[in-house]
Unconditional design. Structure first.
Ligand SMILES: Cc1ncc(COP(=O)(O)O)c(C=O)c1O
Length: 429
């Protein structure tokens, strides 16, 4: 035992009572997560932590399964110092950096082909949030705004975000917790089949076209306390996702990055079934850096790249069509188009209406209303180009990333027709 280690249970219970005794508490400006003020750590080495009251305690849980190398590991400290000496910060919209590139490559290279790309986040919550955004972005169906995500109810995200994830889009199925929920009259295989059927029924109830994905924690950590799923569970759940074109998503924020004895928990505790998208955090930074990662398969990477490529191509086509239909020779709208601008899938048409009157209405709003009558939703904004708010009426167009060429043509047609109709109706020549 390390010198000064507090092992005496009487002393510990004394400390615990003191913690809860408000008279012994020091003032704090932190809104602590515990009902009492936690002791202050002054120093730490390996799994030992020295407290302000002089005791040395063992961290038996690595904070929250985070400190996978303990504190003050000399190699990690040296690497951090070396890096801060070289580059301490660059912004990822502008620049990349060597450690990030090397880490991403390592995560991809060690996945035996499961993952093709990696994104970084600042921790587990942000990684899971990004996973959900990525799933929606990959699967989202053009012109259909219905979408659903199904969580295993025992997953951390299902519980932790219960107050912010609405029950219109976020749905739950039973946890995979055999010791509590497998019935006496069923064996493991039958229990798994019951869970598989429940997920399939949920997909069918929601309308399988709208289901973006199913989310589970490979080994459920803090929510139910290290509960692994019965054999065959992940294979069965993935088969439902594959059948309906939904994504199979794993949250390995707590159980991944070596915690279960394999780099990914699914390699040992998840039927060796790789997910389409996975979140990792905690053990990734080991407490030395606040970092999480989003790992995605080739299918997802291709989807994201395809959509980016597609929206760049379709956006350029939309620009060309708008120019032709609104500013071409003899076009009624031509004198009133101030600018057509944008890029990718984000475009705006700004109008310059001079003295043309619209009976007190905003031209952009009239176009928005007419376009809707004609079957197209656009966003009209009233003048913001000058302080008086009399100039700068514009309409925004930002179609889905996977919009098709035919749909772009329809958008350009309805939009230009709606502009002309409003001009004619108000006798603007
Ligand atoms: C499974 C799981 N997912 C996500 C999170 C959120 O991670 P963080 O606390 O790093 O934001 C946690 C946190 O404990 C977790 O256990």
């Amino acid at each position: 035992m390390s010198p000064g280690l507090a092992a005496d249970s009487a002393q510990q219970s004394h400390s615990f009572n003191a913690l809860k005794d408000s008279k012994t508490l020091k003032p704090t400006s932190i809104l602590h997560r515990t009902p009492w003020q936690p002791p202050i750590a002054l120093a730490a080495e390996g799994i030992y932590i020295d407290l302000e009251d002089g005791r040395r305690v063992i961290d038996g849980v690595g904070g929250a399964a985070v400190a996978c190398l303990g504190n003050s590991h000399p190699a990690v400290m040296q690497a951090i110092k070396d890096q801060v000496d070289k580059v301490s910060y660059v912004y990822n919209m502008q620049l990349s950096n060597q450690p990030a590139e090397a880490l991403a490559k390592r995560l991809v290279d060690t996945s035996n082909g499961a993952f093709a790309l990696c994104g970084f986040a600042s921790g587990g919550s942000e990684a899971m949030e990004s996973v959900l955004k990525l799933a929606r972005q990959t699967i989202v169906i053009p012109w259909k705004y219905a979408w659903d995500i199904v969580f295993s109810v025992s997953s951390y995200s299902a519980r932790s975000y219960a107050d912010i994830l609405d029950d219109v889009h976020f749905h739950h199925v039973s946890p995979a917790y055999a010791k509590r929920f497998q019935r006496a009259d069923e064996n493991e295989e039958q229990y798994v089949e019951r869970l598989r059927q429940e997920l399939e029924d949920k997909f069918l109830q929601l309308g399988p076209d709208t289901v973006v994905g199913f989310v589970a924690e490979t080994v459920v950590g803090a929510t139910t306390g290290v509960v692994s799923a019965p054999k065959g569970y992940f294979r069965a759940m993935k088969s439902v996702c594959d059948k309906y074109g939904a994504l199979f998503i794993l949250d390995e924020v707590m159980s991944g990055m070596g915690r279960m004895g394999t780099l990914h928990a699914w390699e040992s505790f998840g039927d060796n079934v790789a997910p389409d998208i996975q979140a990792v955090a905690k053990g990734l930074g080991g407490g030395y850096a606040s970092i999480g990662a989003i790992l995605m398969s080739q299918k997802i990477a291709d989807g994201i790249r395809d959509h980016s490529e597609n929206i760049r191509k379709q956006g350029a086509y939309l620009d060309k069509l708008l120019q032709q239909r609104l500013t071409g020779p003899n076009k009624l709208a031509a004198p009133y188009i101030f600018d057509i601008r944008g890029g990718g899938g984000f475009w705006a048409v700004e109008f310059e209406l001079g003295t043309a009157g619209f009976k007190g209405d905003s031209f952009a709003m009239l176009v928005q209303a007419r376009a809707l009558d004609n079957g197209l939703i656009v966003m009209g904004m009233t003048g913001g180009a000058n302080l008086e708010g009399t100039k700068g009426d514009h309409v925004m167009l930002s179609p889905a990333y996977n919009v098709t060429k035919e749909q772009i043509e329809k958008i350009a047609d309805i939009f230009s027709q709606s502009v002309e109709e409003v001009l004619k109706e108000y006798n603007v020549q």
